[in-house]
Design a protein around this ligand. Structure first.
Ligand code: FE
Length: 256
């Protein structure tokens, strides 16, 4: 049982790489390292040495630093078995239901396919931390590219069942635009209105809004809220199935 120390590294235009440090074993993982130099600089500044890469899936803005970081540090690369052909340098292959021992910290692994097939998430329960790549964003979710809409909804529902105190470490700062969209489908949601006030204030000062808290997502993320009568009414699908409501909401976001 060990808690992680987690450090945010903003890279590219709007990506976040997360450094997760397990002090009792002196292990440090980079989660979805898009690039190399800013990650190495952040490790240096923290006084941490890279021992692992945890990939959630294969897109280049999540794996672009894999091979060079491995070459420079000898780190072990961990990722999804069903995505193995697309994860550069993968050493350890995980699948749904696995637990991964990161020193004295334990991650539960979920397959959360939808954005892509073989996308996984890592839940470190004792640290209340979820690394979910491009599955959940603050007030949003990943575009459904490779999977099916019902599959993506199933993946989101699974993550949504985690505890209220879970911190969601997603891979992008998309919060403000997501919130602007969320307001188009739930304009009278008071929690959403309040949250957006806070997000707008933070973004005006270039302050990060990630990680976000599960409990906040329950109240404000439209992709967690297909059962909201207000949302259903706004998009003209009162009483429709949750998959229909989710699909219509996701399609509207694609065009937003
Ligand atoms: Fe991404």
């Amino acid at each position: 049982m060990a808690k992680l120390e987690i450090h945010r590294v903003p890279v590219l235009r709007d990506n976040y790489v997360w450094l997760a440090h397990e002090a009792s074993s002196n292990l440090t993982a980079a989660v979805d390292p898009a690039v190399v130099d800013p990650v190495l600089a952040a490790l240096d500044a923290q006084g941490w040495s890279l021992t692992h890469i945890l990939n959630t899936y294969h897109h280049h803005d999540h794996t672009g630093g894999n091979l060079e970081l491995k070459e420079k540090t000898g780190c072990t690369i961990v990722g999804s078995r069903s995505d193995r052909e697309r994860i550069p340098g993968i050493d350890v292959e995980l699948e749904d239901g696995d637990t991964y021992e990161f020193g004295n910290a334990t991650a539960q692994v979920f397959d959360v396919s939808g954005h892509t097939l073989g996308h996984i998430a890592y839940w470190f329960e004792e640290s209340d931390s979820l690394f979910c790549g491009d599955t959940i964003f603050a007030m949003g979710c990943g575009r459904v590219i490779e999977g099916a809409f019902d599959q993506m909804l199933g993946s989101l529902d699974r993550l949504k069942a985690l505890p209220a105190a879970t911190q969601i470490y997603c891979a992008h700062e998309y919060t403000q635009k997501n919130g602007q969209f969320a307001l188009t489908v739930e304009p009278d949601n008071p929690d959403l209105i309040a949250r957006m006030r806070d997000v707008d204030a933070k973004r005006a000062q270039d302050i990060a809004t990630v990680p976000s808290l599960m409990e906040e997502e329950w109240k404000t993320n439209p992709f967690f809220r297909a059962d909201s009568p207000h949302l259903q009414e706004t998009i003209g699908l009162t009483g429709a199935s949750l998959v229909e409501v989710f699909t219509e909401t996701r399609k509207r976001k694609d065009g937003f």
